[in-house]
Design a protein around this ligand. Structure first.
Ligand SMILES: *Cc1c(COP(=O)(O)O)cnc(C)c1O
Length: 459
């Protein structure tokens, strides 16, 4: 490189050192983080975003921070808003947010023990806690990845590796519950495999349905069976114990996708519904959904982590320094190498708040979902469409079409009132509430339900 500017070496610190203005912004950022929940959501602007472009000179940190604070970030509907009841939200604890911010600032490479030191130990504790929650034995292990999608892909790649190593051949079929998340199909397609869907969409998968499907397949063709523990659309949990027994007898890898639902394992009264999950060869749980961690953070857990390591570990001359067989390198257990040490916010929040607070928080969400279902039952123009599972409530507004549902949802969002999106249940457009934020109150539920009183959607 030719350095044309003679002052280049004098100036190079400018953008990397914290100058006075950067420190001012940092202080403001801290207050903003602490206070942002008090700020109501502004109505959605009815125009294209007005963001400055990238220029040679740049506009400086203060102007950029002002843009972030006043223009860019307020345009989003935050997932931790108490009336974000669409999809599956997420509401991180302050401890997790602080740890997440510190993690970015500390520039930690979370791929291997060599660099990350005790950070890997902290992540391991968080993984161990999740393994305990699932009911996994001591030898189980896993890693935090970007999301349930990558967790599912990594688990299925491990499953295929196991099948190839032990039986030879190349299996190409993933047998998945009919309500499996879209990421299963995506993972399967990346792997060059195909999905055979079993059971009835929006209903929990039963053992006899799985048996019928597997009877027509040679086990050597099958990568894995994928069961749901908390289907995204309905919250339904498949018959995990039956599925585990069937997979055991046939020697097929069982993967349980508990990305959303896994958090409910914390609640003693719900545990029975998950019986059998502890026999799964791999489990996905997303702390960024219902375990109060900032995006992005999902865990893939393995009953036998040596298989996952054999499937995923990358080897190269420039990696020899970290390829110590005794090392616990998070890079080795999923389809990634460089990674954010995403388990640190999970660990920090668990250490700070204690697990009782987690149980309380999940129970609160379940109780508010229960309240919503009861209110809906009691209101003449509303009707529950299927018995609620976990914290998902599906219901219909009598007299409303799919277009009405969509218009109601759009208006609620545009006014900054709530984010509630319709979905489809057994072919019908219905309304769906999903509760994963313990700050959502029964008043929030009443407020949303009240907007359904008019004969046609308003805002
Ligand atoms: C959300 C979800 C996923 C995908 O997780 P991402 O973190 O969005 O990648 C997978 N499975 C289930 C059951 C989910 O609810």
């Amino acid at each position: 490189m030719t350095v044309r500017d003679p002052h280049f070496y004098d100036r190079r610190g400018d953008v990397h050192d914290f100058a006075l203005q950067d420190r001012q912004v940092l202080r403001e950022l801290a207050s903003w983080m602490a206070d942002r929940r008090e700020t109501p959501i502004p109505p959605r602007p009815d125009r294209a975003p007005d963001l400055p472009g990238v220029t040679r000179a740049g506009i400086g940190i203060q102007a950029t921070w002002a843009l972030l604070r006043d223009v860019l970030l307020p345009s989003s509907f935050p997932t931790d808003h108490p009336r974000y009841l669409a999809f599956v939200g997420g509401s991180p604890t302050p401890a997790a947010v602080i740890a997440d911010a510190a993690l970015s600032a500390a520039a930690v490479y979370g791929g291997s023990e060599l660099e990350a030191g005790d950070v890997v130990a902290a992540e391991r504790m968080a993984i161990r806690w999740l393994c305990d929650v699932v009911g996994y034995p001591e030898k189980a292990h896993g890693v935090f990845v970007s999301g349930g999608s990558l967790a599912n892909l990594s688990a299925l790649v491990s499953a295929r590796h196991e099948r190839v190593v032990t039986h030879g051949g190349m299996p190409t079929v993933v047998v998945a519950s009919a309500s499996a998340h879209s990421s299963i199909r995506a993972a399967t397609s990346i792997m060059g495999c195909r999905v055979i869907s079993v059971g009835t969409p929006d209903r929990p998968l039963r053992g006899d349905e799985l048996t019928a499907a597997l009877d027509s397949l040679d086990p050597s063709e099958v990568v894995a069976v994928v069961a749901n523990a908390g289907a995204t659309n309905t919250g339904a949990i498949d018959a995990l114990q039956e599925i585990a027994e069937i997979c055991e007898v046939r020697g097929i890898w069982m993967h349980v996708d508990a990305a959303y639902g896994g958090a409910a394992l914390l609640v003693p009264g719900k545990r029975d519904e998950f019986a059998g999950i502890e026999h799964a060869d791999s489990v996905t749980i997303d702390p960024h959904k219902w375990l109060f961690t900032p995006f992005d953070c999902a865990a893939v857990l393995y009953l036998d982590p040596t298989i996952a390591r054999a499937a995923h570990q990358q080897r190269a001359v420039y990696l020899e320094a970290v390829e110590d067989d005794g090392a616990d390198n998070p890079a080795d257990y999923a389809a990634h190498l460089t990674r954010r040490a995403r388990g640190v916010p999970v660990w920090a929040s668990l250490v700070a708040n204690g697990t009782d607070a987690y149980v309380d928080a999940v129970e609160t969400c379940l109780a508010v979902a229960d309240y919503a279902a009861k209110q809906i039952e009691a209101i003449a123009h509303l009707e529950i469409v299927t018995e609620p599972h976990l914290s998902v409530v599906l219901f219909r507004r009598h007299g409303w079409t799919a277009d009405d549902n969509a218009l109601w949802s759009a208006r609620l969002q545009a006014s900054g009132t709530a984010l509630v999106t319709p979905t489809t249940f057994e072919g019908e457009s219905v309304l769906r509430l999903c509760f994963v934020n313990p700050l959502t109150t029964t008043d929030d539920v009443d407020l949303v339900l009240k907007t359904l009183e008019c004969d046609a959607p308003t805002g």
